[in-house]
Design a protein around this ligand. Structure first.
Ligand SMILES: [Fe+2]
Length: 214
């Protein structure tokens, strides 16, 4: 948060093989070191020509796309989104666990919003499967403190909401391990969600909404 140009590739918070067998080490290595890095490099390359935006945080850039010059709008949107989304994606995973379910306030909120954990996983998977082509399925909190599942195409980022977690359903996230079987990838992804971090994201959102800063 608050980081400015030049943006850096966030290190993986675990080893390349930490997510096996759910996601193989080669997938993690290529996804993080090549795909994610490319978004960082591309964003820095564009901004290198525009010193007036080099003091902006990643969040400010994403929220201010419409105010950028037309010739860099699409490039900045795709690459800033690519950096933001991959940071959250790699951060929200951990080594596989049996019965990997949320606990605490986030668990209660999920059950309130989706009736049961089982139904949440079902709706989340259906949403991830419906993403046409490349994109993400997200769990977010809206301004009314409601948990919702949303999807975005490409590297778009949902704005004016709080991000709890997201799954990358670009083929580069799963093709080496699952080929065309996105459903299997999404099912196995449930076991590597870092629910402790997701719960922290949820608590930050709720605390902010309960005590909005002037
Ligand atoms: Fe990705």
């Amino acid at each position: 948060m608050g980081e400015k140009y030049p943006f850096t590739l966030t290190p993986l918070p675990y080893s390349y093989n930490a997510l096996e067998p759910n996601i193989g080490s080669e997938t993690v290595r290529i996804h993080h070191d090549k795909h994610f890095k490319k978004y960082v490099d591309n964003l820095n390359e564009i901004l290198s020509q525009y010193p007036q935006y080099q003091s902006w945080s990643l969040e400010k850039i994403i929220l201010s796309i419409d105010s950028l010059p037309d010739n860099i709008k699409t490039g900045v949107k795709n690459n800033a989104g690519g950096v933001y989304n991959h940071r959250l994606y790699f951060d929200i995973m951990r080594e596989p666990k049996e019965d990997n379910d949320p606990s605490g306030s986030l668990r209660d909120a999920i059950i309130r919003s989706f009736d049961s954990l089982g139904n949440f996983y079902k709706v989340f998977k259906e949403s991830a499967m419906k993403v046409f082509g490349s994109g993400y399925a997200w769990l977010i909190v809206d301004k009314n403190k409601e948990l919702k599942i949303v999807t975005t195409p490409n590297q778009d980022v949902p704005t004016n909401v709080f991000h709890i977690l997201l799954i990358d359903v670009w083929e580069h996230a799963y093709y080496l391990d699952y080929q065309n079987r996105r459903d299997e990838y999404v099912t196995n992804w449930n076991s590597i969600i870092d629910w402790d971090k997701a719960e922290k994201n949820y608590e930050v959102a709720i605390n902010y909404l309960n005590n909005p800063k002037a």
